[in-house]
Design a protein around this ligand. Sequence first.
Ligand SMILES: *Cc1c(COP(=O)(O)O)cnc(C)c1O
Length: 378
Amino acid sequence: MNNNKIWLSSPHMGGKERDFVTEAFDTNWVAPLGPNVNGFEQDIAAYLKEDVHVAALSSGTSAIHLALILLGVGQGDEVLCQTMTFSASANPIVYQGATPVFIDSETTTWNMCPVHLEEAIKDRIAKGNKPKAIVAVHLYGMPYQVDKISAISEKYNIPIIEDSAEALGSSYKGVKCGTFGAISILSFNGNKIITTSGGGALVAKDKAIRDKAIFLATQARDNAPHYQHSHIGYNYRLSNISAGIGRGQMIVLDDHIELRVGMNTFYKELFKAVKGVRVFKEPTEDYSSNHWLSCILIDEKSAGFSAETLRLLLEEANIESRPLWKPMHLQPIFEKAPYYGDTVSEQLFKTGLCLPSGSNLSDLDRLRISKVIHNLSL
Ligand SMILES: *Cc1c(COP(=O)(O)O)cnc(C)c1O
């Protein structure tokens, strides 16, 4: 039996990507602008369906950075941020000289807990520093509690930066993720649901915000024949080559989501008979996850094995798996940042595992994964 590495989530090309890239070469649009960039932005906006405007950027991280700048976050400000996430949700807050204030998760979607969010807002206001923005994340493709988080954002008039890096194609009450924030962001990094090798996007309902994002992303050049600058600029635009890959990936996005959902179904079946293991799933029909990554929680007492034991067994079989995101308030870099919550995210981190979830996994791959699980539960 072949023993090639089975990855958590690896790039999966659909076939048309090369045509768009070749066209870019043939027309010499080898630059951080061009027809593929415009086309990719239009494809994303059309996919999200809502009336939104898209700026294609060099990464999801740069999109979050620009979102913070556009919302006026600067030195000495505070920004509320989901603690259970990838560090890229929080790092740009520090780029701006601001302080992240971390919020625990709730147990149904693993995302920002509305109760602790409101508690934090009240307390920060009482301490004299009203937070400037909320960074809320749809982890592993699972939408956060959109109605509750949005209601708090409106009540206190604090805008949401919706980190939809992992949730392109997910939806809440039939509306696509990536359209719920004052500003939303997407990522097309190599391990995401679609990839441009590296890339991201900023999504805004207000066209002026999108235009300002592009202005800042292209070195903030004023309208003059010479190089004139009245703002600090950035070099954050997506290249026309990368955008060509993105246009090809948009064609197969929905098919690839279906395959990832299929992986999730496979795990639900596989773990049905395994005591103490719970596959992460949508809490109600309001939620639709793209199942970017399929995750499980292991109750060591009733399962008889820990997440780490399973991870090592999979590794022995050359199968990649990974603990859930380690909460930011437990990271050395954010040791001093304020935190509101209990131990929900910490518990998730201790007992969870992400499993191979790619849209390109084969029946043989699934068989190899099954074997490890079956041996374990004998
Ligand atoms: C991947 C990711 C990002 C950053 O996107 P890049 O394109 O890698 O810069 C931000 N937030 C979350 C939750 C992510 O998973």
